[in-house]
Design a protein around this ligand. Structure first.
Ligand SMILES: [Zn+2]
Length: 252
């Protein structure tokens, strides 16, 4: 039987050696909404050895417009449970785990430690700052991805910076940033941004060079900008190693 991964092993960018590395890697997808449904599916189809999906929500009718893994019959069911069922049907040869839980400062290190890479599928900056803290502190590479309206962003955070908080030092005040709930979202956007995130995840799992710039995509005008970030020596996270989102006990 032909190897199910033959079409990507043919790629010089991946090859047999890269495929072996993917098979020995562990990816954790935090958030299983529009980004997470796409990215977990790509990771599982590519043969990443272990894929975990963490999400606190249940499927809502308004999710069906863009969260391609879910169907009408799934409304009201935990996304993490639906995702595992779906992903196991795609690839039964790898390890797939779902966690129906909210990631917080108490469980974040337990969820993330041991991962080869973390892929962001969350919808808020507070959770991303927590993931940033855990990953920078423990040397776990992670990929930030954000989508709203017709624009998306992707940034790989690896090593000692620049990190997400070099780009966004402060948590935005409630209502300060537009969200999908307030300004909407094009349903074609998350698939593209998730594909960009997972492509970077592949490079990290295969120990290859990743894209270092912050990528900003406009799906409507079909434009991608790349912005080179500088590490901020006063960054609370990667500069001062003050992991305030991880250590603050008052936080959830
Ligand atoms: Zn930083």
């Amino acid at each position: 039987m032909e190897d199910r991964y033959s079409r990507q092993i043919l790629l010089p960018e991946i090859g047999a050696e890269g495929q072996k590395r993917l098979a020995h890697s562990k990816a954790v997808v935090i958030g299983c909404g529009a980004l997470g449904t796409h990215s977990s599916s790509y990771l599982v189809r590519a043969g990443v050895g272990s894929v975990s999906v963490v999400d606190r929500d249940v499927v809502d009718t308004t999710n069906l417009q863009r969260q391609t893994m879910f169907e009408e019959a799934d409304v009201g069911r935990p996304k993490a449970h639906v995702a595992v069922e779906h992903l196991k049907k795609i690839n039964s040869t790898i390890e797939i785990r779902g966690m129906h839980t909210e990631i917080n400062s108490n469980n974040a290190e337990k969820i993330i430690l041991g991962a080869s890479v973390v892929v962001d599928g969350t919808d808020n900056m507070e959770t991303r700052f927590l993931v940033n803290d855990v990953c920078v502190k423990n040397g776990v590479p992670w990929i930030y991805g954000g989508v709203v309206g017709v624009s998306g962003m992707v940034l790989v955070v690896k090593g000692d910076g620049p990190c997400l908080r070099c780009a966004f030092p402060k948590l935005p005040a409630p209502g300060e940033l537009p969200t999908c709930d307030t300004i909407g979202i094009a349903n074609t956007l998350p698939g593209v941004v998730a594909a960009m995130e997972v492509t970077e995840a592949f490079k990290i799992m295969m120990h290859k060079d990743h894209t270092e710039e912050l990528m900003i995509l406009d799906i409507w005008n079909q434009e991608i900008q790349k912005i080179r970030l500088k590490k901020n020596p006063d960054c609370e996270c990667c500069g001062r190693h003050n992991y305030e989102y991880l250590t603050a006990s008052s936080r959830k």
